[in-house]
Design a protein around this ligand. Structure first.
Ligand code: C2E
Ligand code: MG
Ligand code: MG
Ligand code: MG
Length: 290
């Protein structure tokens, strides 16, 4: 019918029929899925670590593990491009397990190099798909045991979309993780549609204020007001706060004055390889236990 287009595929010379746009999109996704599967198997996915810096003292409290894919031909592929493919295909399950395993192995490596148990944690992103489809608590407890790391040194970052569908179920799953002493952070806070009521029911330890509010604070009084309100709410609920996307000193200073605990952003450091992150830790010092 009219919607169907005929295409002479340039490379293969085969004739292909598809809805305009649709199949091309699906094929790109499918090719990326195949390549991503191979990349996970071949160790082409690595994790870099971005420092989380205590604003008051300038010491390192921890790091966020961020997935990096260097494609042999196409170079660096951004998480914004491959994480959605991983989520749609289910590859986020092995990728997510790799993230948790790598984070804990890295902490064990650092402890070994330092000759002591360092008071730093690593924060790992957990996709809504992982929460919906596997027992993340089992994955976590296996990895903690394998690497001999205490659960208190692992933070799991979840998003508002993980909880809105079924807040009661989310509360139960997060409770299982808390039973292993892990901390829970709400990522990109302010961009989703979770209600304050559902937030209050969940065992959230840390609120991460989304970069969009932090970036806009400079020239936008409303954004500063929103940041203030989020900080006040977090404090009232007994949560720690992290501001994402701090790109200059004035943002770092303002957030400190407003009472935000921790900063993350290019002003301090980008996500860097594990060795560089360990060097950063030695250079800037870790936050001493209070
Ligand atoms: P996110 O969890 O909110 O991670 C923070 C993102 O902000 C990272 O982007 C980081 O590089 C970027 N960022 C940090 N500071 C600054 C700054 O000062 N300025 C700007 N412009 N950006 C900054 P990245 O690494 O590209 O990751 C994007 C998103 O992909 C992450 O957002 C997270 O949602 C997802 N992601 C990354 N790795 C994983 C993973 O292992 N598992 C899952 N499920 N998602 C992941
Ligand atoms: Mg995150
Ligand atoms: Mg975030
Ligand atoms: Mg963000």
């Amino acid at each position: 019918h009219g919607q169907v287009a005929l295409k002479q595929a340039k490379k293969s010379g085969r004739i292909e029929i598809y809805q305009p746009g649709e199949l091309a999109h699906a094929r790109r996704g499918l090719r990326m899925e195949t390549e991503l599967r191979q990349a996970i198997d071949n160790g082409e996915i690595r994790f870099d670590f971005q420092p989380l810096v205590e604003l008051r003292s300038g010491r390192v409290a921890g790091f966020e593990a961020l997935a990096r894919w260097s494609h042999p031909e196409r170079g660096a592929i951004q998480p914004a491009d491959f994480i959605p493919v991983a989520e749609e295909s289910g590859l986020i399950l092995p990728l997510g397990q790799l993230a948790i395993d790598t984070a804990l192995r890295t902490l064990a490596d650092w402890d070994r190099q330092a000759g002591s148990t360092l008071p730093v944690y690593i924060s790992v992103n957990v996709s809504p798909v992982q929460l919906a489809r596997e027992s993340v608590a089992t994955v976590v407890s296996d990895a903690l045991a394998r690497h001999g790391i205490d659960g208190s040194r692992l933070t799991l970052e979840v998003t508002e979309s993980s909880i809105i569908a079924d807040p009661d179920r989310a509360a139960r799953l997060l409770g299982e993780l808390k039973a292993h002493s892990c901390r829970i952070a709400m990522d990109d806070f302010g961009t989703g549609y979770s209600s304050l009521a559902s937030l209050q029911k969940l065992p959230i330890d840390v609120l991460k204020i989304d970069r969009q509010f932090v970036a806009a604070m400079h020239d936008d009084r409303d954004s500063t007001a929103i940041v203030r309100a989020i900080l006040a709410m977090a404090s009232a609920l007994g949560m720690k706060t992290i501001a994402e996307g701090i790109e200059d000193q004035s943002a770092a200073n303002l957030l400190d004055v407003l009472g935000c605990d921790i900063g993350q952003g290019f002003w301090f450091a980008r996500a860097i390889q594990a060795d560089a992150a360990f060097a950063f830790l030695q250079q800037h010092g870790f936050k001493r236990a209070a």
